[in-house]
Design a protein around this ligand. Structure first.
Ligand code: GTS
Length: 230
């Protein structure tokens, strides 16, 4: 694991660490949430090299039993894994939860649609990547089931159609405002693009939403970082 202090501390507020891989689609969700919340200056990124399988080594598994990125570590050592949980924590820090909902109904809808984005799209793309493509390579992918991977690819495409239908009825995935659910769908599409799984041409509402979301400074900053990491 390599420490990369990409951002200097802009304030006296406590620093946090994020263990991730700069171009990974799941890490992208947290990096975009951090940018939305203006929290990047408070983060020290620690690079965990997925392609070398560092996330499956005991040192990292001690931080996250699931062996996945990203993981947030607070100054007191508290560890929070899972993009949704990390985003919820970060969103609440300033007392103005813009990404995870201000009212119980907003919170419920955003949670539901985020979970759906994972189940129907992003996690399905991930299974396709790990099982029906070379994935992270033979050293890391110790078990593959191509048939299952291909089923999950088809599920992901169905998921794109589902979100297209949703976005025909409202501007954002969980309602009128940009939220964690939009970031989750975006993560799924970022992953899909990496494995050459195109958005079907007929999914015009999803395409239009993606074009709009891509204009957000948080998303542009992430895309610029990936295009030119150093
Ligand atoms: N449910 C987890 C979350 O929401 O954080 C999934 C995290 C996840 O799968 N992360 C990927 C991972 O660690 C990172 S990336 O592929 O997006 O870069 N994958 C490695 C593996 O072996 O599953």
């Amino acid at each position: 694991m390599t420490t990369q202090p990409q951002h200097s501390a802009a304030s006296q507020a406590p620093m946090m660490k994020i263990f991730d891989w700069y171009s990974g689609p799941y890490p992208a969700r947290v990096r975009i949430a951090l940018a939305e919340k203006g929290l990047l200056p408070r983060i020290e990124f620690v690079s965990v090299n997925l392609w070398k399988g560092e996330h499956k080594q005991p040192e990292f598994l001690a931080l996250n039993y699931s062996g996945t990125l990203p993981v947030l570590q607070l100054e007191d050592g508290t560890l929070i894994a899972e993009c949704t949980a990390i985003t919820q924590y970060l969103d609440g820090l300033d007392g103005t939860p813009t990404l995870t909902g201000r009212t119980p109904v907003e919170q419920g809808l955003i949670h539901m649609m985020t979970k759906r984005a994972e189940i129907e799209l992003m996690d399905a793309v991930s299974v396709y990547f790990h099982h029906a493509t070379p994935g992270l390579g033979p050293e890391v992918e110790l078990y593959q089931n191509a048939e299952w991977g291909l089923r999950m690819r088809d599920k992901a495409v169905r998921g794109m159609h589902y979100f297209d239908g949703i976005l025909k009825t409202r501007p954002y995935v969980a309602g009128d405002g940009f939220s964690m659910a939009d970031i989750a769908v975006l993560g799924g599409l970022i992953f899909a693009a990496l494995v050459d799984l195109a958005i079907p041409a007929e999914c015009e509402a999803l395409q239009a939403w993606l074009a709009r979301v891509n204009e957000r400074p948080s998303v542009q900053a992430w895309r610029a970082l990936v295009a030119s990491p150093h």
